[in-house]
Design a binder for this molecule. Structure first.
Ligand code: PLP
Length: 368
């Protein structure tokens, strides 16, 4: 049967570089002449130690992570970190309060979870819709907060920060799950960064946590031991069995990023890819509508409606069916917002994006 190329625009788990999948396939039964698969390898073995240490050193190199930060590879996903962050950090100061910027579904969930462990202050007026980032001049930051939390890219709504929030010395925490390593970042500005791997740096199962050393050791006494950053840091993320295979896949993806020019090169490509789609939206005379403020439109997740502002569901269905016939899948918007969402993570190529852009132009011509 003829092989039809499928282009995966899914929001996550997302497309992986084909070369990574091929390498994993080649090494699946016999990893590096060990005679066994990484899937059946002891996490205490020297071979696995080499894998996890290599993953860490690649991350340190690609993000220029300062020496006073620990890198952890944990389970529980981004959602696990919604609990781990307050459990470990809300006790940094006596008041047990934290400032949250709530600009989409994921930061809203994180703020709700943190309320279980202390006082949560949403620092800006509540948003009617998640289509913008409130101007920093409208934020009321609390100097006694243990940390300030934000999500640097809201995957569902396509809202991305193009700046790092100023916190007047308060510890800054960021959920970078959906734009991790899609652009350079100055780690030294953060107390903690976390990211699930399944979008830009691997497959589901492992979450990276980068945490400044002086923030360790302040966990609430009810913090489960597997979630305690200090314990995991002291044990090189091996307090319990880590997600070994997911960590191995991350090594391969990080090598791929390095061989392709690192985070700066990823950023250049991601700018080009997202502009290609936003340009079509902007030039479509309201046929395609992206509700997000131009200043904070995401390079990773491009949400849009078809036909009119609130979407014409019949046309959107036709758009998705046509895309699927051309091998372009997972373009349906998140169920909470509807419409279309094109996720353009690192592994999505310029050619993949051009295929979508060409289809959008064709569809516009047919229906306008
Ligand atoms: N944070 C962001 C920005 C996400 O996009 C997601 C999932 O898509 C999560 C957190 C939750 O991640 P998980 O499903 O790994 O718990």
């Amino acid at each position: 049967m003829e092989h039809k190329q499928t282009i995966n625009f899914g929001a996550g788990p997302a497309k992986l570089p084909p070369s990574v999948l091929l390498q994993a396939q080649n090494e699946l039964l016999n990893y590096s002449s060990t005679g066994i698969s990484v899937l059946e390898m002891s996490h205490r073995s020297s071979d696995f130690n080499k894998i996890i240490n290599k993953t860490e050193s690649l991350l340190r190199e690609l993000l220029n992570i300062p020496d006073n930060y620990k890198v952890l590879f944990l389970q529980g996903g981004g959602s696990g970190q919604f609990s781990s962050v307050p459990l470990n950090l809300i006790g940094l100061k006596e008041d047990r309060c934290a400032d949250y910027l709530v600009t989409g579904t994921w930061s809203a969930k994180a703020a709700k979870e943190a309320e279980k462990y202390g006082k949560v202050n949403v620092v800006h007026p509540k948003l009617d819709s998640y289509t913008k980032i409130p101007d920093p001049s409208s934020w009321t930051l609390n100097p006694s907060a243990s940390y300030v939390y934000y999500c640097s890219n809201e995957t569902v709504h396509g809202v991305e920060y193009n700046f790092t929030p100023e916190t007047n010395g308060v510890v800054l925490v960021s959920d970078m799950s959906s734009n991790f390593l899609s652009r350079p970042v100055d780690v030294s500005k953060f107390g903690l960064i976390f990211a699930g791997a399944q979008k830009n740096v691997g497959c589901a199962g492992v979450t990276v946590v980068i945490v400044r050393e002086d923030l360790l050791g302040h966990a609430l006494k009810e913090c489960p031991i597997v979630l305690d950053y200090k314990v995991q840091a002291e044990m090189n993320s091996l307090y319990n069995t880590p997600p070994c295979f997911s960590i191995y896949i991350m090594t391969l993806v990080l090598e791929w990023i390095k061989n392709n020019g690192g985070s700066a090169a990823m950023e250049m490509l991601n700018k080009q890819k997202s502009s290609m789609i936003y340009d079509i939206i902007n030039a479509s005379n309201g046929f395609y509508v992206c509700p997000v403020d131009t200043a904070c439109r995401s390079r990773m997740n491009v949400p849009f409606r078809v036909g009119k502002k609130e979407g014409n569901e019949a046309l959107e269905k036709e758009f998705l069916d046509g895309a699927s016939k051309r091998g372009m899948i997972s373009l349906k918007g998140h169920r909470s917002v509807g419409g279309i969402r094109a996720s353009l993570y690192n592994a999505v190529t310029l050619e993949d994006t051009k295929a979508l852009a060409d289809y959008m132009k064709e569809f516009l011509k047919e229906h306008q």
